[in-house]
Design a protein around this ligand. Structure first.
Ligand SMILES: *[C@@H]1O[C@H](CO)[C@@H](O)[C@H](O)[C@H]1NC(C)=O
Ligand SMILES: *[C@@H]1O[C@H](CO)[C@@H](O)[C@H](O)[C@H]1NC(C)=O
Ligand SMILES: *[C@@H]1O[C@H](CO)[C@@H](O)[C@H](O)[C@H]1NC(C)=O
Length: 586
């Protein structure tokens, strides 16, 4: 969208003012200011508040660049600024709350998320997943799925042809034409298992329950009805009954006493299963093909060499024994695992560099977990990197890194020692903008820094210091992604605080392929620089008499009163295959 010069100038002024406000602290924290990527925003000025993180994220580079900042900036990396809008003269509200709604779109968004939770979805509707009751091929902007109105859920996953969610009571809900061509919306399938987390393969749902059981269920209703039914123990001792739907148990062998499965993540044909003791297992998770690109992390394991027993039995990745694995992620045909020390291992398909090192066109499949040379990314910087999280989807991988300033050789008393910079790196395919680095690269082995999500700081008024802005969550779909920032949020406005005290949530940035309108920009062009989208309820904004548009934010976790109960909820984003959802999660 084209941005008027006026708003640009104002954004720059605000950025400059905000920068001046926090200059003292910058100098304190950053010494000579050689680290150019700093655009701290004070929360004290309402305008700076309105601009908030926006200034630091997308104007940051342009702003610093325009001041002729030396150092790490390069002309080709200056991203196009996102849309920037500011508030104009307002009409007066009749109550304290109405005043707040008028002052701030952010406040209204937070409030709506608590008052009317539900699921918003958009993108491809070819399988009637994002809008079950519509024949439209695409849903171009966020729209509610009526079934979920007023409902909290635990998780949701979207394929173009099937959807799966966990209801607040732990039951599995399924819908879409891939589930059943006669389905008119979500219906319960696997019930009574207290499910907590979902992941999907090409044709199955991998579900984790609260007690650590892993279930593999067909995405298709016909298969569920026709397949063999598992014997289940019932509440009545020594009696077993057949389950209502066909499912398979993925049970890792020889777990220690008290050890249980704590996380699952599935690609198209394989899944990773992590235990509470940091042990990692892998298993086949689809029914069409046995994984054959090394993504199981077990050298030599193929359909022909597999041990006797179920084809989808979990295998322990023994080369990772002794590493305390804490984070896992899977793309279509590759796997990532990070340990508590901040090291990361990758295995599987590397044909597009998705493993984070350069691809060997002769043998693109890596079946042994390989340690990534993250240190190389920070060579010569006096920064020590630690991987804090991994994310993957399709043919892309993402790594978030905390880089700590250490003393370099011959530096007696360097300033800023111990300061942490939070960076986000990407590898894999970028031709649809999926790397988020502003380029349209075919193959990216060595991770590339996502500038818009790296080296961000803000001034925390409560703690009185400049802090790095990390990512709260990174959701990666088949070809697009969304980053939820862990910026300072405010959810404490109450009947007792000032009318000018408004709530605001966490910023979200989007990038990647947009051929199905899955980015929610309302347009179809692919996006290679993380960008903002409009609020979910743009209509509600308009009703409030605010003509100008604001950016979408989500509400972080908070205990609220809902239908007479105290519940802890947060909004989360789920990027799926060609589709996206925002939901209120418990
Ligand atoms: C709220 O902000 C407006 C405009 O900045 C100001 O005129 C008003 O005095 C403020 N009210 C309170 C209670 O702080
Ligand atoms: C976006 O990427 C898709 C590939 O998925 C491509 O077909 C389409 O032409 C691209 N759109 C634009 C506007 O470049
Ligand atoms: C909910 O929380 C409020 C305030 O924290 C407390 O007074 C109330 O007893 C709680 N209600 C229930 C049902 O737990």
């Amino acid at each position: 969208m084209i941005q008027s010069r006026r708003t640009t100038t104002r954004a720059f002024q605000i950025a400059q003012r905000a920068s001046k406000q926090s200059r003292n602290s910058q100098q304190r924290c950053f010494g000579n200011g050689r680290q150019a990527r700093v655009a701290a925003v004070s929360r004290s000025s309402p305008k700076a508040k309105a601009a908030g993180f926006l200034v630091s994220a997308t104007i940051g580079v342009g702003f610093l660049y325009s001041l002729g900042y030396p150092g790490t900036l390069h002309a080709e990396t200056v991203p196009a600024p996102a849309e920037v809008t500011f508030e104009k003269a307002r009409k007066k509200g009749t109550s304290r709350e109405e005043n707040r709604d008028l002052i701030s779109s952010q406040h209204l968004q937070v409030k709506k998320s608590w008052e009317s939770p539900g699921v918003y979805a958009w993108g491809s509707n070819s399988g009637k997943v994002v809008a079950p009751d519509s024949d439209e091929a695409f849903i171009k902007t966020p729209r509610r799925i009526p079934f979920f109105d007023g409902k909290l859920i635990r998780d949701i996953k979207l394929d173009r042809n099937f959807g799966a969610a966990i209801a607040e009571n732990g039951d599995l809900l399924q819908w879409g034409t891939g589930f059943s061509t006669t389905s008119s919306g979500p219906e319960p399938t696997l019930t009574g298992k207290d499910l907590t987390k979902l992941s999907i393969s090409r044709d199955r749902i991998i579900a984790l329950s609260s007690n650590g059981n892993v279930y593999s269920i067909s995405a298709s209703k016909a298969d569920q009805d026709a397949g063999p039914k598992t014997l289940e123990s019932t509440w009545f001792p020594f009696w077993k009954s057949r389950s209502a739907v066909s499912y398979r148990d993925l049970k890792p062998g020889n777990l220690a006493w008290g050890e249980k499965v704590s996380d699952v993540s599935s690609g198209l044909e394989h899944c990773l299963i992590l235990t509470s003791n940091g042990r990692l297992f892998s298993a086949a998770s689809g029914t069409e093909d046995f994984p054959k690109k090394g993504q199981l992390g077990i050298p030599g394991l193929t359909w022909n060499t597999r041990p006797s027993g179920p084809y989808d039995q979990p295998h322990e990745i023994s080369t990772l024994k002794g590493f305390d694995i804490s984070k896992i992620a899977t793309g279509d045909f590759h796997s990532l695992a990070a340990d508590r020390e901040g090291r990361v291992f990758a295995f599987g398909d590397n044909s597009l560099g998705q493993l984070g090192f350069d691809a060997d066109s002769e043998s693109p499949n890596i079946d042994a977990p390989s340690l990534l040379p993250i240190d190389k990314l920070y060579k010569g910087t006096n920064l020590r990197p630690k991987v804090t999280d991994v994310a993957a989807g399709g043919v892309n991988s993402f790594f978030t890194i905390d880089a700590t300033r250490i003393a370099g050789q011959g530096e007696d008393d360097p300033r800023g020692l111990g300061r942490v910079t939070a960076d986000t790196w990407a590898s894999g395919q970028g031709i649809w903008g999926g790397l988020g680095n502003g380029r349209w690269t075919h193959v990216q082995g060595t991770p590339t820094k996502i500038k818009a999500l790296s080296g961000l700081f803000e001034y925390d008024e409560v703690a009185h210091k400049v802090i790095p802005i990390r990512l709260a969550r990174l959701s990666v779909g088949a070809t697009h992604a969304a980053a939820t920032m862990n910026n300072v949020v405010h959810l404490g406005a109450s009947d007792y605080s000032s009318v000018n005290d408004t709530n605001w949530g966490a910023d979200v940035l989007w990038w990647g392929n947009n051929e199905f309108y899955q980015l929610g920009t309302g347009k179809r062009n692919n996006v290679s620089n993380p960008t903002y989208i409009q609020p979910l309820d743009i209509e509600a904004d308009r009703e409030k008499g605010r003509r100008e548009e604001h950016r979408f934010q989500i509400t972080p976790r908070k205990k609220i009163r809902f239908e007479g109960r105290n519940v802890s909820v947060e909004q989360r984003i789920e990027c799926g295959r060609g589709a996206t959802a925002v939901y209120s999660g418990t």
